[in-house]
Design a binder for this molecule. Structure first.
Ligand code: NAD
Length: 361
């Protein structure tokens, strides 16, 4: 069909199946090929999901020879940079999974090449499609809080350790900070209107991952399972960030925005060992105001919805391609998130505060 959007997927693991199902549920979208470096894995993926007419490849550059509009990059973090750049240079629009990349330099190069090629580079932050997340952004940006001077974010899984490619330094590049921490950072940065980070002072550790009591692959655990950082943002805002894959604590607390006129408290949804991550919905939003003994706490209504935010992310990418719109979540916007993740890695290694220098891009 003439108006069919043709898609390729690079990496055929867990999240790729999620992308494939969403594409397959859309009219006028066809998955034409899958690439995975593990021999036969792409074919197995095609068979398992019954993706009609899709061709399997081991090298993503062979997949990129096909006639297609867009690519989903679903590889482990380390390969986001190369595969996205190759896809952009091959003239395809790209939806890359989070985090954008491993280092700031990689992210900047990816963003520059998207500009040079005139193709979209969108990043997969599905929480942005949660109506309650949208409400938070609109509250902060409406000015109801006054100037925001302090933000605290960070969820913490009590016991939510991944394994496989997520704990291998070469594949993942970063641990909890880039995996689930990037959602918390996006919550803060998107609401604040993407202020540039200036400095980061961070601590990271992996006391759980490297302990056989807590991880079956402790001998292979090479990334951080906990991170905390103080980040100075432009505009005199301080961002206090913390994240964990595992800890001896039920929660790392709610997210808070302190403004000169009011405060906002956000509690993530879910309970149990894997809760406390900002990709799993919002349980409560409260506004606080305390002035001359008049104390107000208002619990704002939470919107109950049945939006599949994972599918919404894919649909938005497809619609942007169809309607020649800009990237729904442009890499340019996510560079500051990447700069913080990069700053956390540098600062914790050096045991001191580091500066963040962002070139004009
Ligand atoms: N948005 C979300 O909610 C969400 C959830 C899970 C994972 N992710 C992100 O998605 C990415 C993949 O995660 P996953 O859980 O699917 O990992 P996974 O390990 O299950 O799958 C990754 C696949 O990519 C393949 N691969 C590696 N290098 C490749 C290359 N150069 N070309 C082609 N294939 C290659 C691997 O062989 C593997 O099959 C990660 O960056 C992760 O952070 C996002």
């Amino acid at each position: 069909m003439e108006n069919t959007i043709k898609i390729g997927i690079i990496g055929s693991g867990r999240i790729a199946a999620n992308h494939a199902k969403a594409y397959m549920n859309m009219k006028d979208v066809e998955i034409v090929g899958i690439a995975d470096t593990i021999p036969n894995k792409a074919q197995h993926f095609i068979d398992e999901l019954e993706i009609k007419n899709a061709q399997p490849f081991e090298d993503h550059n062979d997949l990129l020879q096909l006639d297609m509009d867009g690519i989903s990059v679903c590889t482990p973090n380390f390969a986001h940079h190369k595969t996205s750049i190759d896809a952009l240079k091959a003239g395809k629009h790209v939806l890359v999974e989070k985090p954008l990349a491993v280092t700031l330099e990689q992210g900047i190069e990816m963003s520059q090449i998207a500009k040079e090629t005139g193709k979209m580079l969108s990043v997969g932050y599905q929480p942005r499609y949660d109506p309650n997340m949208k409400k938070i952004v609109s509250i902060v940006q409406s000015g109801q809080l006054g100037d925001v001077y302090y933000v605290e974010v960070g969820g913490g899984r009590r016991r939510g350790m991944p394994g496989g490619t997520f704990i291998n330094k070469e594949f993942a590049g970063v641990g909890a900070t880039g995996d689930i921490g990037t959602y918390s950072l996006d919550l803060a940065l998107n609401a604040l209107g993407h202020p540039k980070p200036l400095t980061v002072s961070a601590y990271t550790s992996n006391h759980f991952g490297t302990n056989p009591l807590y991880h079956p692959e402790s001998d292979k655990f090479e990334v951080e399972d906990f991170g905390a950082a103080m980040i100075r943002l432009e505009g005199g805002i301080v961002l206090n960030f913390k994240i964990s894959w595992a800890m001896h604590m039920d929660t790392l607390g709610p997210a808070i925005f302190l403004g000169k006129d009011a405060g906002l408290k956000l509690t993530p949804a879910g309970s149990g060992p894997w809760s406390g991550v900002w990709d799993g919905g919002i349980a409560a939003i409260s506004m606080f105001h305390d002035c001359e003994e008049r104390y107000e706490e208002v619990n704002l209504p939470i919107e109950k919805h049945d939006i599949n935010i994972f599918a919404a992310k894919i649909e938005d990418f497809v619609h942007a391609m169809k309607e020649s719109k800009p990237a729904p979540i442009p890499a340019d916007e996510i560079i500051i998130n990447q700069a913080i993740i990069d700053g956390i890695a540098r600062s914790s290694k050096l045991n001191r505060e580091v500066e963040i220098h962002l070139p004009a891009f």
